[in-house]
Unconditional design. Structure first.
Length: 239
């Protein structure tokens, strides 16, 4: 399904003759040869700083998998993306990030403290919220820099692991053990312990505890996170 969608995106600007919601949906259905596919326009808004251009997000599903796709439309034209020299990059990325931050904000403002590992508490420093996974190699690389990053930022970690059950179990252990200590140094020791590829543990983690982490992951990925590590300024989530 993904390859077919990517192939379709390459044809968008030359094949679509109209850009109403109904025509966009109908064109997708006739172009993407996936059995039982359903397509719907889930949002449509004005593109930032571009008069007469809309930013349209669609949801494509074959019944078991779903994928969101965003495009731009102006008059009878469709564009996969628009590059702004003035803003220095992809308008699509900027608008998708703004939408993601809006979705995350609604969740983060209500997040329970037990689901956040906080490091640093300096009101003069900007706070970064990091979504992470103890078995993600890129997350491990990020953790290696954590002491250095704490010289300029406070950090709040939320565990949204994408790997096997063991990654969820390690997340449970990190939350449980870090809740019992106070200093950043102690929390970092716990983090490094369970982010280590060679770590072993004897604790039995219940399905209920694993389910809590799975629900946490699903909640934030449902809001639009696509992978880990993912970092965002806390001030953007508290607006």
């Amino acid at each position: 399904m993904k390859k077919q969608i990517l192939w379709f995106v390459a044809l968008l600007s030359s094949t679509l003759f109209a850009a109403t919601d109904a025509q966009i949906v109908e064109h997708f259905k006739s172009t993407i040869q996936v059995p039982n596919i359903t397509i719907e326009v889930v949002s449509r808004k004005k593109a930032d700083g571009i008069e007469g251009m809309d930013f349209v997000t669609l949801n494509l599903s074959d019944g078991t998998r779903s994928q969101k796709l965003s495009i731009f439309t102006k008059d009878d034209l469709i564009f996969p993306d628009v590059i702004s020299i003035k803003h220095g990059g992809s308008i699509k990325e900027m608008m998708e990030m703004a939408e993601l931050q809006k979705n995350l904000s609604a969740l983060y403002k209500k997040e329970e403290k037990k689901n956040v590992v906080a490091l640093g508490n300096d009101p003069k420093k900007e706070t970064l919220v990091v979504f992470t996974d103890p078995e993600c190699p890129y997350c491990r690389q990020e953790l290696m820099q954590i002491e250095q990053r704490l010289t300029t930022n406070n950090i709040k970690l939320i565990f949204t692991p994408v790997h096997a059950r063991s990654s969820l179990e390690k997340s449970v252990l990190i939350y449980n053990e870090s809740a019992k200590v106070k200093s950043d140094a102690e929390k970092i020791t716990i983090l490094k312990k369970y982010f280590d590829e060679a770590v072993s543990y004897e604790q039995k983690i219940s399905d209920q505890e694993v389910g809590r982490i799975e629900a946490l992951k699903q909640k934030y990925f449902g809001a639009g996170i696509k992978g880990v590590p993912f970092m965002v300024r806390e001030k953007e989530l508290l607006k």
